[in-house]
Design a binder for this molecule. Sequence first.
Ligand SMILES: Nc1ncnc2c1ncn2[C@@H]1O[C@H](COP(=O)(O)OP(=O)(O)OP(=O)(O)O)[C@@H](O)[C@H]1O
Ligand SMILES: C[C@@](O)(CCO)CC(=O)[O-]
Length: 312
Amino acid sequence: MKGPLFYSKILLFGEYGIIKDSKGLSIPYNFFKGALKTDDNLSDEAKKSNDSLKEYVGYLRKLEQKEQSLVSFDLQTLEADVANGMYFDSSIPQGYGIGSSGALVAAIYDKYATDKITVLENLTREKLLKLKKIFGKMESFFHGKSSGLDPLNSYLSLPILINSKDNIESTIIPSQNKEGKGAVFLLDSGITGETAPMVQIFMEKMKQEGFRSMIKNQFIKHTDACVEDFLNGNVKSLFGNLKELSHVVFDNFKPMIPSKFHQLWQKGIETNDYYLKLCGSGGGGYILGFTQDLEKAKKSLQGHNLEVVYNF
Ligand SMILES: Nc1ncnc2c1ncn2[C@@H]1O[C@H](COP(=O)(O)OP(=O)(O)OP(=O)(O)O)[C@@H](O)[C@H]1O
Ligand SMILES: C[C@@](O)(CCO)CC(=O)[O-]
């Protein structure tokens, strides 16, 4: 792959909660990546990507007209490049909760936005929020309403701490202990998931008083505590809160957990070998796992492939 690379992201904590002002923590995941590329002879996959970029140009044209003070693009060049066979050459799986459309949006903004906010300047909170707003509008084309967080993560290639909806900052996470036994890992559910219908289910449930208070008093409480513990390197406390979080999610987010994984989810809580949580909106794609002993977790999850993303 040539040209600047744009990485996938993992929302370690904050799925659903960030819609309701919980904390969140999102990190770039550079195992998967994509870049804009041009070829004369397009493979089937490249052709599909190229076709979707053709449609995207039309969307950006309308967006630019609607949001004149927010963002503008060199659409002529973009259109010519797409006509010449440009596509997004990407290894990021789609519908897996790790931001394939976010990386694409970041790549397009980087190459075609005029007067863009660059990663080299001093990124004040105002600039970050503006970028997030632009990216939210740009990404809406792919899956309806978007917070813009995925493209922001991909564009900056930095961890992002969400304190609340209007208060985000780039942050530093504790450096990995490559020799450590503990790990964060991805489990492949084997099916794709879609964000919009899952968020719809969540919003529907939020109409119930009981669900709302569970979100506030349990889900957000544990999510916020996990973010604090992770950033401060309080591993022991982190795993206590993870266990609670895993439990609350299991009891209240069943539609977001592929049924094949219900038993494994419970087994983790019972044995303490690992704890599972949602990775993004769930419903398929990846599931996130945390363990204090990777070898134990591997044994316990035999038959499943664990992709380690962080070592404690
Ligand atoms: N390489 C690509 N070329 C063109 N379009 C792409 C490419 N990768 C992703 N997309 C677009 O992004 C869409 C997938 O985005 P979607 O937001 O549904 O999932 P995701 O970004 O993979 O996951 P999530 O938002 O849950 O992290 C695809 O349907 C396609 O339109
Ligand atoms: C489920 C959700 O909270 C995270 C999906 O990556 C939706 C969102 O905030 O955009």
